[in-house]
Design a protein around this ligand. Structure first.
Ligand SMILES: Nc1ncnc2c1ncn2[C@@H]1O[C@H](COP(=O)(O)OP(=O)(O)OP(=O)(O)O)[C@@H](O)[C@H]1O
Ligand SMILES: O=C(O)c1ccc[n+]([C@@H]2O[C@H](COP(=O)([O-])O)[C@@H](O)[C@H]2O)c1
Length: 194
């Protein structure tokens, strides 16, 4: 049985923070692979500067092509929007995915809001959650403390954000070190976020 960690996000664009976390998860936990699930529309976020799905996918593809354990996933592209994670998980289970077990990867910041996700109890009943540390306000809900389905992985804290990258690329600042080289080249050539 292959254990896959699903890393959901808009990845607008993917940056080295995402990559370091995913690589750490796959190297230092029992996960065999990480799939970056590019979300067409996140339930809680309305974005003005969201690039087309296929451009965000292409950048994740470029970022992960040299890492055999990290993969881009289009699974949500044809699912109803906004993309509730429970729907995607049910869809994955319905597909012919014998031999795969699906877990979720999320930052501690997202775990703090996890009780607001659609059918979060069902998600937790059927899937493990691998949590990495993240600087954020607030507390993890009491109901999640000590839950054997939730395990913490001591990944490094990477304070880089896609918003920062987009805003500062627009201002003409050099954001090149925050992205894998191919991702930087793609968004620069395509004139994105200008
Ligand atoms: N530097 C980082 N370190 C760890 N986790 C991150 C980092 N940046 C984003 N994430 C998390 O990775 C997931 C995917 O990121 P996503 O692109 O959806 O969000 P984001 O970086 O907050 O984007 P934006 O800045 O465009 O709002 C999210 O759950 C987000 O919280
Ligand atoms: O299913 C939900 O109710 C739900 C609510 C909020 C977020 N999510 C998922 O979590 C991902 C990261 O969320 P965010 O808000 O940090 O961008 C997002 O892309 C969705 O796949 C899912």
């Amino acid at each position: 049985m292959k254990k896959v960690g699903l890393y959901f996000g808009t990845f607008n664009p993917i940056h080295i923070g995402h990559l370091v976390i995913a690589n750490h998860m796959v190297e230092f936990s029992d996960l065999d692979e990480i799939w970056f699930v590019i979300t067409p529309m996140s339930p809680f976020k309305v974005k003005k500067t969201l690039l087309d799905n296929h451009h965000r996918y292409q950048m994740v593809y470029e970022a992960t092509k040299d890492y055999p354990k990290l993969k881009p996933s289009k699974i949500e592209f044809d699912l109803p929007q906004p993309n509730y994670t429970i729907n995607t998980l049910v869809h994955l289970e319905e597909q012919n995915n014998d031999g795969y077990e699906f877990a979720l990867i999320m930052g501690e910041d997202n775990l703090k809001g996890f009780h607001k996700w659609k059918n979060y109890e069902v998600i937790l009943e059927n899937h493990s959650i691998y949590v990495y540390p993240r600087i954020s306000e607030g507390k993890v809900e009491h109901q999640f403390e000590g839950n054997p389905k939730i395990q913490y992985v001591d990944a490094p804290i990477m304070e880089i954000s896609s918003t920062f990258i987009r805003n500062n690329h627009k201002k003409g600042k050099n954001i090149k070190p925050m992205l894998p080289y191919e991702v930087w080249r793609y968004l620069d050539e395509m004139n994105f976020y200008r």
